[in-house]
Design a protein around this ligand. Structure first.
Ligand code: TMP
Ligand code: ASP
Length: 236
């Protein structure tokens, strides 16, 4: 599969056309940003960790019946995906209060939520990805109510599958962000699943093993990304 023109460069990934119109190549970068691009830096080998981990988890989810955009991992930093139309919504899945939820609702970080909480944000950097609800989504035609139902169902199924996998690796899945796309008339999981897009805490110590180490200047950033990959993939 040939990598052709770059279609889009995001903060952490580049998307390329290929010689097949229904396939794109995603290249994962080491660039890291936080707070809507205000904080910038590099996390060595992040692209390799995020590509490898996403490929592994997309395959695991596919095996459990979740359709994804993933086709194959090409090399360290590149994966082949189906070309999808991205639904302009970020879906946040929360099991434990942290980050913006803790701030907004005054809940101490680490407070266990008695049920999984889903939130939606409008994927728009200029507006700072504002939080929205299902009325905004329908009124602004971001997705149909049927699509939102499917997205919610898939997000909760993905949470169950991932939370169990991470728990087996001694990691608590605190919260994470998902993006979905449209492909051949169905909703598929897209984007990535990595320490950039999840909050992952050690089950025993609550040590943070994700991008919060970069956002909050906690040190051991690279080490934590590698540790997560090593723990979930083991010898694979
Ligand atoms: P938040 O608490 O800052 O809203 O973040 C919730 C989860 O979403 C957390 O796991 C980090 C992830 N996330 C992203 O992947 N991209 C983003 O732009 C933001 C703000 C959060
Ligand atoms: N990557 C996002 C940004 O630069 C946010 C984050 O992950 O904190 O805004």
């Amino acid at each position: 599969m040939k990598k052709l023109d770059m279609l889009y460069e995001g903060k952490a990934k580049k998307v390329y056309k290929t010689d097949q119109s229904d396939r794109y190549i995603i290249e994962y970068k080491d660039d890291a940003t936080a707070f809507n691009g205000l904080k910038k830096g590099t996390i060595a080998d992040k692209g390799i960790v995020n590509n490898t981990m996403s490929a592994y988890l997309f395959e695991a989810l596919e095996a459990e019946g979740i359709p994804t955009h993933f086709v194959s991992r090409l090399d360290d930093r590149n994966m082949l995906v189906k070309s999808v139309e991205i639904v302009p919504i970020e879906v946040l899945v929360r099991n434990v209060a942290a980050g913006s939820l803790s701030k907004r609702l005054g809940l101490a970080e680490g407070t266990r939520l008695p049920m999984t909480v889903l939130e939606f944000c409008y994927k728009n950097d200029e507006l700072g990805d504002p939080i929205i609800n299902e009325y905004h989504i329908e009124a602004m035609k971001m997705a149909t109510p049927q699509e939102v139902e499917r997205i919610k169902e898939m997000a909760l199924m993905i949470n169950d599958i991932l939370a169990e996998r991470f728990a087996q690796a001694g990691i608590r899945l605190v919260d994470f962000k998902l993006e979905f796309g449209r492909c051949d008339g169905q909703i598929v999981l897209a984007d990535e699943i990595s320490p950039d897009t999840c909050r992952l805490w050690d089950i025993q110590t609550d040590e943070k093993l994700d991008k919060d180490r970069f956002r909050r200047d906690l040190g051991k950033v690279e080490e934590s990304y590698h540790q997560v990959l090593e723990r979930i993939m083991g010898g694979r």
